[in-house]
Design a protein around this ligand. Structure first.
Ligand SMILES: [Zn+2]
Length: 106
C-alpha cells in the first residue's frame, strides 16, 4: 500500500450527507434473497450518523431473512422515470429495543 500521508483519496469516501446533497437514493440489496430496498440517505443518517454509504450494509439486516452478511449497498441517481417505479422506505420511528443475547459458557 502506498503511503497517502493519512489522507484519503478524493472520491474514496462517499458519505450519506454527500449522497443526500446530490439527491441520490441508497439502494440496499440482500444477496441472499435478492430483495431490493431504497432509502433516503437523510433517513439513514438519522440512524447511523454520517457514515460512508457503503458501510450501511454492515449495519442493516435484511427484513426478510434477517441476515446482514449479504447486504449490498449502492448510492444511485435514478432518473425521474425510474424514480416513479421506486418505493422508498421512509423512517417511521426509531425504537430502542431491549434485546437479550445469550452465549455459551466457555
Ligand atoms: Zn435477505
Amino acid at each position: 500500500m502506498p503511503d497517502t500521508g493519512g489522507r484519503r483519496k478524493r472520491g474514496s469516501e462517499w458519505k450519506l450527507s454527500n449522497a443526500h446533497e446530490v439527491g441520490q437514493l441508497v439502494r440496499v440489496q440482500c444477496g441472499l434473497c435478492g430483495v431490493k430496498r431504497w432509502y433516503q440517505p437523510g433517513d439513514l443518517k438519522e440512524i447511523f450518523g454520517d457514515i460512508e454509504a457503503e458501510l450501511v450494509g454492515r449495519k442493516m439486516s435484511c427484513e426478510r431473512c434477517g441476515k446482514h452478511d449479504f447486504m449490498h449497498v449502492e448510492t444511485q441517481n435514478p432518473t425521474a422515470r425510474e424514480r416513479q417505479g421506486i418505493r422508498v422506505r421512509r423512517l417511521a420511528e426509531i425504537r430502542m429495543v431491549r434485546r437479550v443475547v445469550w452465549k455459551d459458557e466457555n
